[in-house]
Write a protein that binds this ligand. Structure first.
Ligand code: UDP
Length: 240
């Protein structure tokens, strides 16, 4: 149902945690390099890729709050962390010969453009990768919700959610339950009624209400981003 000269547009959500590699904290350049190589290859094949990166490898607002900090201020720290991930990815994309622009929801003119949706679309049409940083710029939201919102605003056909260490959605936590069963496909209503841990509920209801499909897959498995873009049967497809 797409014109042959129409470039397919995707919003890729990357977990911040994955960027830390084994370390848990900060950025492991080897991981970012690997992710950048895979993104570069799908962009060379003609896909339009916009990216939202989490910040769990630096700070999560809710965790800092539990340790006594003000929630909104901790959330801003969380958002600033995502920007470092954006810059690291931009650097490795550049080394792959792929042009990119970082757009942040909190203005910081020296390092990134402000978030301007129409300009983001223009970048994509020119074959540039657009990396959205600083989440929505608002405390109490997540980068999953940001990814859903940005996907909708730039008209992405599918949200690709690259997870760290898990290859899809299971009926219970596969890290703790060896009997856990993976779903190949799933409806948003089931995610909600069974309270499945796919993304936070704000993100899930935003996708459901606007009929945005979501593919959950293992980010760091070799070649997986290309498989996801080509529509191969990997991970779990969540839709209405
Ligand atoms: N955050 C926020 N508003 C947003 C996006 C993110 O306040 O719109 C903060 C929040 O504290 C969150 C942190 O940034 O915990 C890092 O993002 P997230 O936890 O979504 O990262 P991920 O778990 O995907 O690595």
């Amino acid at each position: 149902d797409k014109d042959s000269d129409h470039h397919r547009r995707f919003l890729l959500k990357l977990s911040g945690e994955a960027f830390a590699g084994g370390g848990g904290l900060g950025v492991d350049p080897d991981v970012v390099h690997k992710v950048a190589r895979e993104i570069a290859s799908v962009v060379r094949d003609g896909a339009e890729i916009a990216i939202v990166i989490g910040g769990g490898n630096f700070f999560r607002g809710a965790e800092l709050q539990q340790r006594g900090m003000d929630r909104a201020r901790s959330d801003y720290m969380g958002m600033l962390g995502t920007v470092m991930n954006c810059l690291a990815l931009q650097d490795f994309l550049e080394k792959e010969g792929i042009d990119s622009r970082v757009q942040t929801a909190i203005t910081m003119g020296q390092v990134a453009e402000p978030y301007i949706p129409l300009r983001a679309v223009r970048h994509l049409e020119k074959g540039r990768v657009v990396i959205f940083g600083a989440g929505m710029g608002m405390p109490y939201f997540s980068t999953d919700t940001t990814a859903a919102q940005r996907a909708l605003e730039i008209n992405a056909e599918l949200m690709l959610m690259g997870k760290n260490g898990v290859d899809g959605v299971y009926d219970s936590d596969p890290a703790h339950n060896p009997e856990a069963v993976k779903f190949d496909a799933l409806e948003y209503s089931e995610v909600i009624t069974r309270d499945l841990k796919v993304a936070d509920m704000t993100a899930i209801t935003l996708c459901r209400d606007n009929k945005l499909p979501l593919l959950v897959f293992e980010l760091l498995a070799e070649g997986n981003i290309a498989r996801a873009v080509k529509g191969e049967k990997i991970g779990t497809l969540v839709s209405n």
